[in-house]
Ligand binder design. Structure first.
Ligand SMILES: [Zn+2]
Ligand SMILES: [Zn+2]
Length: 283
């Protein structure tokens, strides 16, 4: 499979000259099959932050036809939906699957809470094309030719999951928002390496993980719901991942600061890099 980072930022977009290398758009990752002869068009999107606006650069004039999996419903993971040009057109076909939020509302009604007047001019039903909305169907399912495992992860404010995705040959895990200290301090005080996190990351070719914080920030800011870069790297080592992409860069973290964070892991046993908007990784 091919994994393209369309938005790597957490919390809110970060425009400006200090953010050109790792990018300013919020969370969105595009997956495409890499079979010989396959057209390499993304058919599976992970989260719908403002990085969704990058899809026309991957699809050109073609419509998006595929599935969007949402880890949770915070603004930085959904605000790209109304600006999804490749999906908001008559010939698009989009399925959006989100974690149920523990109430009786159906999936489209849940999304309408953030996308409808007076907060936004239209509701999801106003998007052009064929759109379907549903909940993540259990902890293991198949979509768009990928097998998906969804595991609950601790975060803050709303039901959040992480995804593990395989095309039968390679695998990746996507855990953009994760508060491992919610389950205990763990080794070094940066959070527990709990069963769910280990299950998602076990032996994957690529672990994309929350690195909003640095270890020294966890004590003061860990309660905001995020993980440290050091946790992401150590989870990758513990779970036997081949490489770790630090993701969900906090909005004020400049390119130079992200680079300095990545340098902390230069001598480690697993490759660690900073997720950068437009980067494609072939697995
Ligand atoms: Zn987030
Ligand atoms: Zn979040």
């Amino acid at each position: 499979m091919r994994v393209t980072f369309c938005g790597t930022r957490g919390s809110t977009p970060a425009p400006g000259l200090d953010y050109t290398r790792f990018g300013g758009h919020t969370s969105c990752v595009a997956l495409s099959h890499d079979d010989e002869g396959a057209e390499r068009r993304p058919t599976l999107l992970l989260d719908a932050g403002t990085g969704l606006r990058r899809l026309p650069t991957l699809l050109g004039d073609l419509p998006f036809r595929g599935t969007v999996l949402l880890t949770h419903l915070h603004w930085d993971h959904v605000q790209g939906l109304p600006f999804f040009r490749s999906g908001d057109r008559d010939d698009a076909r989009v399925t959006v699957l989100l974690p149920d939020q523990g109430d009786d509302a159906d999936a489209e009604v849940v999304l309408e809470r953030m996308m409808s007047p007076p907060f936004f001019p239209i509701a999801p039903s106003g998007l052009r094309g064929e759109w379907q909305f549903g909940f993540v169907p259990g902890d293991a399912f198949a979509t768009e030719g990928f097998s998906v495992v969804a595991v609950d992860v601790p975060h803050k404010g709303g039901h959040t999951v992480g995804f593990r995705i395989s095309d039968g040959r390679s695998s990746m895990a996507y855990v953009p928002d994760h508060c491992p200290t919610a389950l205990g301090p763990g080794p070094g005080g940066i959070g527990e390496y709990h069963e769910g996190a280990l299950r998602l990351a076990d032996g994957v070719d690529l672990l994309i993980h929350d690195a909003h914080l640095r270890a020294e920030e966890v004590e003061a800011e860990g309660s905001f719901g995020h993980a440290a870069a050091e946790y992401a790297a150590r989870l990758g080592v513990t779970a036997g991942a081949r490489q770790v992409a630090l993701f969900h860069h906090r909005p004020e973290r400049s390119d130079a600061e992200v680079e300095r964070t990545v340098c902390r892991f230069a001598e480690g046993p697993v490759r660690v890099f900073g997720a950068a908007e437009t980067l494609t990784v072939a697995l």
